[in-house]
Design a protein around this ligand. Structure first.
Ligand code: ADP
Length: 474
């Protein structure tokens, strides 16, 4: 093995997931093993995970962990070298990971300070004979880990903080400074202070040895006020130590060859069969391109741009299936679209992984009109399935999709449609372009081939992380 990394996060597939963060944290150890890095993952033992500790070894006892005792358990579970932080006073409760019936847990600052504190201790002191070279912290929940290393002694361990979504910043009142074991003298605008309070994400951003985010373009965007959400100055000040590394997708799970009706770039017949089955399932008849949306239904995802854009698309022969849930107003708007265009538009409110596979198999295009998108996964599923992505020109979307323009078409490299700005008129025009591209069967087939050949697995990203770790190593 080349080196060792302790990865710390609040979520990890297959154990606990609320978003894309969990996919990345769960995929990295396997991907990095191939590059020679031994990665262990520390996450909290939420109520649903406490049962796992029975098959693991207790490797650490911490008597004073923010209001109670904590224990760390270690073991290989589902192919991952897992470290579970069992601190029942903080994590053993009903409800969500971050919120209960009345909103955010009141003690979120302490809960995730505890996770970060343990990460820093394990990194610094080693655990059961294993000591990492690198501590890799993810998002605000682990943001204090690099800070604890910086302020309480790093002992040669280097830290990396990855920002998966800057919208969540881990705010806490300044009065918690002492309780969170942060040094008072670091409370100033260039240090821990954040708009009169504290932000665990900012603490990580100012103390980590390196900062990454999940696409090169989002790394650049984060230094601008439209995307930095208050932290743009902090990130810009550290620009020389910021980089973007694209997420990958699990190409074993997301593979057209592994679907119910299999197909591949060489043998596309199965895709037509899958499309026909999808139209039957949703009672649709679509002469033009059949598009899908698989997404949280929120403003971030630009879902409000669909009602003004879809009628023209339907008139031109297009169809749409939306799978998602979220903002009740947007759920209602989606239902309204389906009612207004029966036979062409269908909507399923909810989360349904199996259906999402059928959608990517059978559809012609996937729409991702996000206002901001750190990396985005569904456009990559689209590429892999020859389901051409129609994306707004933001974040990771433009790092992964090559938009059809006269130049890219002439060069034979286009893989989708890219539009800007992120508004209804530009989306409408993008959909008109999609209809025209779809009508040219030869061109469409070429674009599908390009898309399906585009690398979307973890290999490239894993090499980039490995190179980063190697460069940071003391
Ligand atoms: P974000 O993490 O911002 O929600 P991403 O595109 O990075 O966006 O990841 C979203 C993931 O969740 C993708 O794997 C997508 O397929 C999946 N997803 C979102 N909504 C649904 C749904 N309603 N049913 C099934 N899968 C969904």
């Amino acid at each position: 093995m080349t080196g060792r990394v302790l990865s710390v996060a609040s979520e990890c597939v297959p154990f606990v997931k609320t978003g894309g963060l969990a996919d990345v944290v769960g995929a990295l150890p396997g991907a990095l093993a191939g590059a020679g890095w031994d990665m262990r993952v520390l996450i909290p033992a939420y109520r649903s995970l406490r049962g796992l500790t029975a098959g693991m070894d207790e490797v650490w006892f911490e008597p004073g962990l923010f209001g109670g005792a904590g224990r760390v358990f270690s073991g290989r579970v589902d192919g991952i070298d897992l470290l579970l932080l069992d601190a029942p006073h903080l994590f053993d409760r009903d409800g969500g990971l971050y919120n209960g019936p009345w909103g955010d847990w009141w003690d979120n600052p302490q809960r995730f300070a505890a996770l970060s504190w343990m990460a820093a201790r394990l990194a610094r002191e080693g655990v059961a004979g294993w000591r990492p070279d690198i501590l890799h912290a993810h998002d605000w929940q682990a943001g204090l880990a690099p800070a604890y290393l910086a302020y309480h002694g790093a002992e040669g361990v280097r830290s990396v903080l990855t920002v998966h979504n800057i919208a969540f910043q881990g705010w806490a009142p300044a009065s918690l400074l002492g309780e969170l074991r942060l040094p008072a003298e670091q409370y100033y605008p260039g240090g821990l202070e954040y708009y009169g309070g504290l932000s665990s994400l900012k603490a990580g951003l100012v103390t980590a040895d390196w900062i990454t985010t999940v696409s090169p373009n989002y790394a650049a965007e984060l230094m601008r006020p439209e995307f930095g959400m208050g932290l743009q100055g902090v990130i810009a000040a550290r620009a020389a130590r910021v980089s973007g590394i694209l997420n990958g997708i699990d190409t074993a799970i997301w593979s057209p060859e592994a679907e119910a009706v299999p197909y591949s770039a060489k043998a596309m017949a199965g895709k037509a069969t899958a499309r026909a089955a999808l139209c039957t399932e949703f009672d649709l008849s679509v002469p033009g391109p059949l598009a899908i949306v698989v997404s949280r239904l929120t403003d971030q995802k630009g879902i409000d741009l669909l009602p003004p854009s879809i009628p023209g698309f339907v008139e031109a022969g297009g169809g749409l299936i939306v799978l998602g849930s979220g903002d009740p107003a947007l759920e209602g708007a989606m239902r309204g679209l389906a009612q207004a265009h029966t036979g062409r538009v269908a909507v399923q409110i909810g989360y349904d992984e199996a259906l999402s596979h059928r959608l990517f198999s059978g559809a012609d295009a996937v729409l991702v009109p996000s206002r901001f998108e750190p990396c985005g996964l569904t456009q990559m599923y689209g590429l892999r399935y020859g389901t051409l992505p129609v994306v707004s020109a933001t974040g990771g979307l433009i790092d992964t999709v090559i938009g059809a323009t006269p130049a890219t078409l002439a060069a034979g490299v286009a893989t989708g449609v890219v539009f800007q700005p992120t508004d209804a008129m530009a989306l409408q025009q993008a959909l008109a372009r999609l209809v025209a591209l779809y009508a040219d069967k030869k061109l469409w087939a070429r674009m599908q081939k390009n898309a399906m050949a585009h690398p979307v697995g973890w290999q490239t990203s894993a090499s980039a992380y490995a190179a980063l770790y190697e460069g940071l190593r003391p």
